[in-house]
Design a protein around this ligand. Structure first.
Ligand code: ADP
Ligand code: MG
Length: 228
């Protein structure tokens, strides 16, 4: 029997993927918030779920630690632009389905009293703190804006408040976190949603098991768009 391993991150990605899995006849048999297990069985003996950090999902799938995974486009593109990415040789991951989950956007934000447009116009070097150094580098290079990037792993909002940076590149959904920290969104970089990512080898070798899963996902997505 062909084993299928699905990489998910705890939290919104896991929670939002459950209904799609259910539509494909897959029930995860344990609650990640209640167990210490990192490998979760499902009601399908040939399907298991591995719990990894959101930003590790592309790495697991690319190198075969998982056959498929669900990851935000932010994380997927940051991975593709990084050292493990496909580069010239083509994509290291297949991205067959936009699951339309965990929608948000990647944006530039600054303190309300920082004149971003003026800084750009004057060609000033802008200090930008972000977890997304690759996406940020590409964005500002495309715009011809000079930046010094500062890599952070969390709480990006703090950077402009403490003087660590002039701006941040971070995910925004409602904007309430920015507002609570007196930050304003000054530029939209990328619309983000969660995608299904697939290991290219598994896509060929495990096609018989993957195809029905992807068909069920697509049917569930079409049904939910029709009802929207
Ligand atoms: P982590 O904090 O470990 O990165 P999250 O659950 O916060 O994990 O984020 C996982 C993915 O969910 C992100 O990569 C992004 O695609 C999406 N996401 C993050 N924040 C939001 C948000 N506020 N609203 C909707 N989707 C989000
Ligand atoms: Mg988070």
């Amino acid at each position: 029997m062909t084993q299928l391993t699905l990489a998910l991150s705890k939290g919104r990605i896991f929670d939002d993927t459950l209904p799609l899995l259910r539509a494909a006849g897959i029930e995860v048999l344990e609650d990640p918030e209640k167990t210490r297990k990192l490998i979760l069985p499902t009601n399908q003996p040939d399907v298991r779920v591995v719990l990894v950090r959101a930003s590790d999902v592309p790495t697991y799938v690319q190198f075969g630690g998982a056959d498929v995974g669900v990851a935000g486009l932010d994380v997927v593109l940051e991975h593709e632009l990084g050292p493990y990415g496909g580069g010239e040789g083509g994509a290291s991951l297949l991205r067959p389905i936009d699951l339309q989950l965990a929608r948000c956007r990647l944006s530039v934000a600054t303190r309300a009293d920082f004149d971003y447009a003026a800084a750009v116009r004057q060609g000033a070097r802008i200090r930008v703190a972000t977890k997304y150094t690759q996406l940020a580098r590409q964005h500002f290079a495309d715009k011809g804006v000079h930046v010094d990037l500062i890599k952070l792993y969390g709480s990006m909002e703090l950077a402009p408040l403490t003087g660590l940076a002039d701006a941040i590149v971070d995910l925004v959904s409602t904007g309430s976190t920015l507002k609570a920290n007196h930050l304003v969104e000054v530029e939209d970089i990328l619309p983000v949603s969660a995608h299904l990512v697939v290991n290219p080898g598994a896509a060929k070798l495990k096609r018989a098991r993957l195809q029905p899963l992807m068909d069920a996902f697509r049917r569930a997505l079409a049904a939910s768009t029709a009802n929207a």
